[in-house]
Design a binder for this molecule. Structure first.
Ligand code: ADP
Length: 217
């Protein structure tokens, strides 16, 4: 029942109750230098939203948030920037062969493709496999010919919450997203690749939450 936006007054009331609980509305009002009737609506809202419990003849007490809510609050504050890995990038003119070598050496499943340092596409394992098993000469085929190209690339900003990245990965059934910064170049939006966020990064967060390591997140 909790998703309401708390105003400063509500937060003050919660602080007072936390400190002096159980506490009657009269005393809460005194702490705030207000009348009881002035805070009645606020107290009702805090009870309705599940933040406070009103015990008859005892007073108000804080309802501690559930474990699920605490986990959700923790996750909401983690940004893509906190989790991202460094990007693996090739130029659109690089050959499919060289891109396969890069994928092996860097041990990633998705490579960003750029032209003049701005994102123009991505390639995955399957894109490269498809090209490799065809009859084409992958030494002479530029990766730009087989990539998934802009504007079809699903991107994420470094400031986005990590849950948004997870949602995009699941909804689009892909493994990773380029983490990008927007630049306006001659009236056009271009994207500079500053990282990569994959299923692996998000799984690592899960492991880290269960088994925190010193110097981890
Ligand atoms: P795999 O090839 O290992 O199955 P994916 O599931 O990530 O890897 O890729 C499936 C397809 O989606 C490929 O054609 C790839 O180019 C494309 N793709 C991968 N990542 C993205 C992305 N962030 N945005 C748009 N398309 C993507």
């Amino acid at each position: 029942m909790r998703p309401i936006e708390l105003k400063n007054r509500h937060k003050e009331i919660l602080e007072i109750v936390k400190k002096y609980q159980p506490i009657a509305s009269e005393q809460i009002a005194q702490h705030l230098k207000l009348t009881r009737s002035a805070i009645r609506a606020d107290l009702n809202l805090l009870v309705m939203s599940g933040h406070l419990e009103a015990r008859p003849k005892v007073g108000y007490c804080v309802v501690e948030s559930s474990t699920r809510e605490r986990v959700a609050d923790y996750l909401k504050n983690i940004r893509v920037n906190d989790l991202k890995s460094r990007p693996v990038v090739v130029d659109e003119k690089a050959s499919v062969y060289d891109t396969i070598v890069t994928m092996f050496l860097e041990d990633v499943g998705m490579i960003c493709v750029t032209a003049e340092d701005y994102l123009v596409g991505v390639v995955s394992r399957k894109d490269l496999l498809k090209a490799a098993i065809g009859r084409t000469d992958i030494n002479n085929m530029p990766v730009g010919m087989i990539m998934t190209r802009m504007p079809n690339v699903i991107l994420i900003s470094p400031n986005a919450p990590v849950s948004e990245a997870a949602r995009k990965i699941i909804d689009r059934q892909i493994d990773a997203l380029p983490v990008v910064e927007e630049h306006m170049i001659q009236g056009q939006t271009r994207y500079k690749v500053i990282g990569r966020i994959s299923k692996t990064n998000i799984t690592k967060l899960f492991v880290e939450m269960i088994n925190p390591m010193v110097g981890g997140l």
